[in-house]
Ligand binder design. Structure first.
Ligand SMILES: [Zn+2]
Length: 703
């Protein structure tokens, strides 16, 4: 049992609240409550403590019926209360501070203006805002508004006086209390637009990218043009609607029309919508966005997009090369590293051959950057930062993390891991589009504070693009100027967020010779990145990330990182639900200090020699048999010279020579000096000693 005090609410409070919500028009649902620190479902590892339905079919069973509610709370007097969302266009914004939802919300409010007064509930880690939108839009509401903000347009929220798993009680703000009869406000137009998935544009409901909401350029221009026109004028109003409708941009275009028309005294949402829908039925109007532009131009509008912006002319006064930097010695600013002395916080290229298993090695390394590893791990950097892993194969990333968990290397729980190690499915786009995600990633900034010095340093997340091919749209990867432009965009427009770009080297470069790779491998990428690292495969199946030989601009105390392959297994199910052993693999990184690489290689070489020697010993007996076989077959007075004998034995001649000498010393064969009459000179001959030869002969003859 937990040592925490068990918070209980008088059952009558819960039932009364449930009935009151029903009275206010909400459908209500009984949820598991908290028993101390444990969910009432009894599962210590419950994934949704105090939040999941007690009924079998969840939110679909939510009810407004008094008898049903009384029945539920008499059966489960401590049940938390769920309020069904979506009814009559009621939507909840769920701000989660653990995922920086409050920061996202702040930036949205800053850009668009505040919400009208609307029911606001404090949750265990954030807030709920309830708003009303057009009920017809409910099916098109997105799942997320941005990082840390979920949108609940169906399903349910937990409501006062329920108990959050942290022990805190859900509570409506004074004056904005649903229980007191306060009703949700109509969502402002900008919010409604953000809540709804634009038609014709595919955005994943979980897309964390707020910037997908920015208007297409022609709509931005149209909005600007409209500001010169009068929505009170019926003809202009209709023409503007037609022009916007003709863009084919659907509701995004409709909202531009609404935003402009709202200023008119005649504005009515229903009329506006009906008119918009009527445009679809008679397409051949000839009105296009250009009609709108020329109408606006006739009253003095100049399209700001058509004005070319000129860079200021370089003069003697503003010459950039005359910008003398003030500096002082002994005032060194320390470099920021992802991994101290190994990987600098900049744009890094990590190159390795296709199929070498870069992900298997890189994912475990990155968990160290997020301090998800053992505190004593030598690779654990002094600065902790979040990881954004953009992967062409998210499943593989999850498998590698699972393998680490199985081996005991990853001890953090799922919540902490997903908080610190974000996985993003890769999508190929140009650098200019990639950098638009910057604001979202900046919310992942983490403040590191040294407890002794009190000095703080904010670390931005490290973003891994695995691989370059899957994430960065380049027409030609070996075009220096194109790659150069891409990297300079990433450097200048990404706000200094450190990046690792994983690149495949051509398979034809087989040998793991790094000096060879640096001259031909990464090619166009190399010149512009801050650091290049090469990964090679070791003979033992491990991987080697070379720091010393790679391009970098700092003095390092490391030779590189050695990755040891760690295979793991787990019980799983196959696709038909049958038990199956699943084999996984990850690599455990080990920092190799300067000079350590040589020692490791030396040791590997010695191990190899020892192994070779062992093989030599094993084969020695085989080779001896061959010597005997050759010599036994000779007639009387016949012999073999050393050369003849060693050639006939086959294999490595120098080893054979040594073996012959050894056999002579062991009296296994006989060396003598026959006279070669023809040349009147001595030579050295080899034959079987008479007694042994006889033995062999007898054995052969079967006597
Ligand atoms: Zn539970």
């Amino acid at each position: 049992m937990s040592s925490e005090a068990v918070i209980q609410i008088h059952p009558k409070l819960l039932l009364d609240a449930a009935l009151k919500y029903a009275e206010r028009g909400f459908r209500v649902l009984p949820l598991h409550g908290m028993r101390g620190a444990i969910c009432s479902c009894g599962d210590k590892d419950c994934r949704s403590p105090g939040k999941h339905p007690l009924t079998a079919h969840g939110a679909t069973e939510a009810s407004r019926d008094e008898m049903t509610l009384r029945g539920w709370w008499s059966k489960w007097p401590q049940a938390n209360i769920g309020l069904a969302m979506g009814d009559a266009g009621c939507v909840a914004l769920d701000i989660d501070t653990r995922n920086n939802g409050h920061l996202t919300w702040e930036s949205i409010i800053r850009e668009n203006g505040d919400l009208p007064e609307t029911p606001t509930q404090r949750t265990g880690n954030g807030a709920h805002y309830l708003v009303h939108i057009d009920p017809e839009l409910i099916p098109r509401v997105r799942g997320k508004l941005g990082p840390g903000i979920d949108i609940k347009a169906n399903g349910y929220i937990v409501a006062e006086p329920s108990i959050h798993h942290t022990g805190r009680r859900y509570a409506w703000d004074d004056g904005l209390d649903v229980l007191q009869g306060f009703t949700p406000a109509r969502a402002p137009v900008w919010l409604e637009r953000m809540l709804v998935e634009p038609l014709g544009e595919k955005i994943s409901p979980n897309s964390p990218n707020l910037h997908t909401i920015t208007l297409p350029q022609q709509l931005t221009e149209a909005a600007d043009a409209l500001s010169h026109l009068n929505a009170e004028d019926y003809e202009q109003w209709i023409e503007a609607g037609m022009a916007l409708h003709a863009t084919g941009l659907g509701d995004v275009a409709y909202q531009v029309w609404v935003d402009w028309s709202v200023g008119s005294t005649k504005f009515d949402h229903k009329t506006q919508r009906a008119k918009w829908l009527s445009f679809g039925r008679n397409r051949q109007t000839g009105v296009t966005i250009k009609t709108l532009f020329s109408r606006a131009q006739s009253v003095g509008w100049i399209n700001p997009m058509s004005i070319k912006t000129h860079a200021p002319e370089i003069t003697a006064e503003n010459h950039p090369l005359a910008n003398f930097l003030p500096y002082a010695l002994n005032d060194l600013e320390p470099d920021e590293f992802i991994f101290d002395d190994v990987l600098i916080a900049g744009v890094t290229l990590l190159a390795g051959f296709t199929g070498i298993g870069k992900t298997t090695a890189l994912v475990p390394l990155m968990t160290r950057a997020a301090h998800l590893c053992d505190p004593s791990d030598p690779l654990r950097p002094i600065l902790r930062r979040k990881v954004v892993y953009v992967s062409e194969d998210p499943k593989q990333v999850i498998r590698v993390l699972t393998s680490m968990r199985l081996s005991g290397e990853l001890t953090a729980n799922d919540a902490e891991i997903s908080e610190w190690f974000k996985i993003v499915p890769a999508r190929r786009m140009d650098a200019a589009s990639i950098v638009k995600v910057r604001q979202t990633y900046e919310t992942l900034t983490h403040r590191n504070t040294d407890s002794k010095t009190g000095v703080s340093h904010d670390t931005m997340p490290i973003v891994v693009f695995d691989t370059s091919n899957a994430t960065i749209d380049l027409e030609n990867e070996s075009d220096n100027s194109e790659v150069g432009k891409c990297i300079s965009t990433l450097k200048s427009e990404f706000g200094g967020i450190p990046i690792i770009i994983v690149a495949h080297l051509a398979k034809t470069l087989k040998k793991a010779d790094i000096s060879d790779m640096t001259s031909r491998g990464a090619g166009a990428w190399e010149g512009d990145v801050n650091q290049v690292l090469y990964m090679t495969k070791e003979d033992d199946g491990g991987r080697w990330l070379d720091v010393l030989q790679a391009k970098h601009r700092f003095v390092t105390r490391a030779d590189g990182i050695l990755f040891h392959a760690v295979p793991t297994e787990t019980d799983g199910l196959d696709i038909l639900g049958r038990a199956k052993t699943i084999s996984l693999l990850h690599c455990q990184p080990e920092m190799v200090e300067k000079g350590g690489r040589d020692i490791i290689q030396q040791a590997a070489k010695q191990a190899k020699e020892a192994e070779r020697e062992a093989i030599g010993v094993m084969m020695r007996s085989e080779r001896k048999k061959r010597v005997v076989a050759i010599l036994v077959g000779l007639g009387a007075n016949q012999y073999k010279t050393k050369n003849e004998l060693c050639d006939e034995m086959g294999g490595k001649k120098s080893l054979n020579m040594d073996l012959v000498d050894d056999m002579v010393k062991g009296f296994e064969i006989e060396e003598f000096k026959p006279i070669v009459k023809r040349f009147r000179q001595h030579t050295t001959g080899y034959r079987m000693p008479t007694n042994l030869a006889q033995n062999y002969q007898n054995a052969k003859d079967g006597c």
